[in-house]
Design a protein. Structure first.
Length: 144
């Protein structure tokens, strides 16, 4: 069989990758064994060094230990916001409040008594107290 045939070349290229994969997976490791141990915070690795043979062959193993610091703990989650409860509201009154009474001076029997206590004069249309007393001269001012 000639190797220059197109079918043979194509078959070789198709089967070669599969042969390499199968060979790599099933082949026992060659050379000294290397082991690595991993802990949560510590990494241990062993390496082997082979000295060229002189009279005797010596193999030495050195163990390297590396400590990896742990990541700081995650901060605690913020507390959930408290639900807001609306305050109960009083229903508004539909009837209007009456207007407050205007502040007035105390009522006296005569203008003479009001003036002696420091009250007066009272003007017509301005002071409620004007109607309490008699305007003798009809000028619009009482207790003058």
């Amino acid at each position: 069989m000639r190797t220059s045939e197109p079918g043979a070349i194509r078959t070789t290229f198709l089967l070669l990758p599969f042969a390499l994969i199968i060979g790599a997976c099933g082949a026992p490791p060659s050379g000294p064994a290397t082991t690595a141990t991993t802990a949560p915070a510590t990494v241990t690795a062993e390496s082997f060094t082979t000295v060229p043979p002189t009279t005797a062959t010596t193999t030495t193993a050195a163990e390297v230990t590396t400590t990896v610091p742990l990541a700081p703990p995650a901060p605690p989650a913020p507390p959930a916001p408290k639900p807001t409860v609306p305050k109960p509201t009083m229903p508004k009154s539909t009837t209007p409040k009456p207007d407050p009474q205007p502040r007035t001076d105390p009522r006296f029997g005569t203008c003479k008594e009001a003036k002696s206590k420091g009250y007066g004069p009272y003007y017509k249309g301005v002071d409620v107290e004007y109607g309490w007393y008699r305007d003798a001269d009809s000028d619009g001012i009482v207790c003058e």
